[in-house]
Design a protein around this ligand. Structure first.
Ligand SMILES: [Zn+2]
Length: 111
């Protein structure tokens, strides 16, 4: 097990090395070589793992863990409590689902 965000935060590994470790861990998972989940193996909590699955960069997730998560949608400014979800990550910004749905509805309308 490796605390991947801590290692990056303390400059023990680069984020590129972090992505390699994630790839290796995912491979191990698919080969049934993990006794834990991927996120446990990497010491990510469920919010950090969700952010990663929403394509947040490791640098961003490190920042959120050690400096604090955004407390508002970085698009419309509506308050977000990340522990209650109702968010998504787009281009490394925490966005409320209202903005996401709004965008989807505009895209749908222009089809
Ligand atoms: Zn929003």
């Amino acid at each position: 097990m490796v605390d991947i965000l801590k290692e990056i935060h303390e400059n023990k590994i680069t984020s590129d090395e972090g992505y390699d470790i994630i790839d290796e861990t995912v491979d191990k998972f698919h080969d049934d070589k993990l006794t834990t989940t991927i996120e446990e193996e990497l010491n990510l909590n469920k919010y950090e793992w969700a952010a990663y699955c929403y394509t947040a960069s490791l640098e961003t997730i490190v920042r959120w863990r050690y400096k604090g998560w955004p407390i508002a949608c970085e698009h419309c400014g509506k308050p977000i409590n990340y522990q209650k979800y109702y968010w998504i990550v787009r281009e490394d910004k925490l966005k409320c689902l209202h903005c996401e749905w709004f965008l989807i509805s505009i895209l749908d309308r222009n089809k």
